[in-house]
Design a binder for this molecule. Structure first.
Ligand SMILES: *Cc1c(COP(=O)(O)O)cnc(C)c1O
Length: 373
């Protein structure tokens, strides 16, 4: 079953101008040489094929993905740029990565030995990245001797190429500068006097590139959330420059009818029309990533009216109350701008009391994606 829904009018618009702007301002702020577009999880649910195309057009020279399958999906789309898998991969699958020039991360000497074994007797070689765990405590080498031993394996194995050494920060998008400093000092301690040098190192995510670019080398930025124009740390960490949200969410009215003051709407009849008016039905629900508990949230009609979600959002459909009649087929903007009115993802997250990061990552493949200038 293919979960695209090209015959339903519920669409994510992705702004090319926004991607270009976000990449440019973050790259300039960090004085970065290269942007690795981190497009994991279907490009933060925005849509991998579209965001890969937009990122490359905007100047990204490489990609970061969470897992081997996502990297293979990008290769299947035809991209030949370097791809880093940023999570760990079962080393018995390394041939798939080596065949398609995908860089894999390893956290133990044992997994490197297993990887080398898969490639022995082939003419394949694998680019290897070694994450250093400086304090996130997720993956990577936490101990200098283990790192040295791993690098010796990579150097000794003809099939393995020592591509990169890198780390990831735990508080780059928070005011906790002390922990950033701690991780920098851990990096220096753990990578002091190693037996071989990698081809490259990389450290910066959006947070480092935005708030702490002076703390560490930012030649290569692994750019995730900022590319999409979202400040995941709002309001604790105001942006030092403006980002533009890439995503707008738009649907067309599928049903429209008058409703009388006091009439109930939706499952559980939790909403009653506040006055005589009109009720529209929209082809979008919480299975599409629009929040379940958005009753009362603003929606923007193409004719300039502002409607409000009426009752609980159902799985595939939702209703909104408007004062004046609306024809079937009228565009409704759930995230984005109509005239002077804007609904941001931040506003929707605040309204539904959910964190913006899971909200931005949860749009369903059922929504059509289109690129707008
Ligand atoms: C997800 C991820 C990124 C991107 O981080 P953002 O904060 O979204 O920019 C960078 N590096 C690694 C290792 C990641 O897992």
């Amino acid at each position: 079953m293919n979960y695209n829904a090209p015959h339903r009018h519920a669409t994510i618009e992705l702004s090319q101008a926004a991607v270009v702007h976000n990449l440019k301002v973050i790259k300039a702020n960090a004085h970065a040489k290269e942007i690795m577009a981190v497009l994991k999880a279907n490009a933060f649910s925005h849509g991998l094929p579209e965001m890969a195309a937009l990122s490359v057009k905007a100047g990204a020279t490489r990609f970061g993905m969470a897992m081997l399958d996502e990297a293979l999906a990008l290769r299947d789309l035809g991209y030949t740029e370097p791809i880093d898998v940023l999570g760990l991969t079962d080393p018995t699958y390394v041939r798939l990565a080596a065949e398609r020039n995908i860089t894999l991360a390893f956290s133990t000497k044992k997994s490197l030995l297993t990887a080398a074994k898969q490639l022995s007797g082939t003419n394949l070689s694998l680019k290897v990245s070694l994450p250093v765990d400086t304090g996130l405590n997720r993956i990577g080498f936490k101990n200098h001797d283990d790192l040295v031993a791993a690098i010796k394996v990579v150097s000794a194995e003809k099939t393995l190429i020592f591509q990169s050494l890198w780390t990831h920060f735990a508080t780059a998008d928070t005011p906790n500068v002390d922990y950033v400093d701690f991780q920098v000092s851990e990096w220096q301690r753990l990578t002091y006097n190693l037996p071989a040098k990698p081809n490259e190192t990389h450290f910066a995510n959006t947070g480092i590139a935005t708030w702490y670019p002076e703390k560490i080398n930012t030649d290569i930025v692994r750019l995730g959330i900022g590319l999409f124009g979202i400040n995941g740390s709002d309001p604790t960490m105001p942006m030092p420059f403006e980002l533009i949200p890439v995503l707008s969410l738009k649907v067309e009215v599928v049903n429209s009818k008058p409703i009388k003051a006091g009439e109930a709407v939706g499952y559980g009849v939790t909403f009653r029309a506040p006055q005589d008016g009109y009720l529209i039905t929209m082809p979008i629900g919480h299975s599409d990533g629009y929040p379940f508990n958005a009753s009362g949230m603003r929606v923007l009609m193409a004719d300039g009216q502002v409607g409000h979600i009426a009752g609980g959002v159902a799985m595939d459909q939702s209703m909104a109350f408007v004062e004046n009649p609306v024809p079937v087929g009228m565009m409704v903007t759930l995230i984005g701008s109509v005239g002077d009115e804007t609904i941001t993802m931040e506003e929707l997250a605040d309204y539904t009391q959910c964190n913006i990061v899971p909200l931005m990552n949860d749009f369903s493949p059922r929504l059509q994606r289109i690129i707008v200038p």
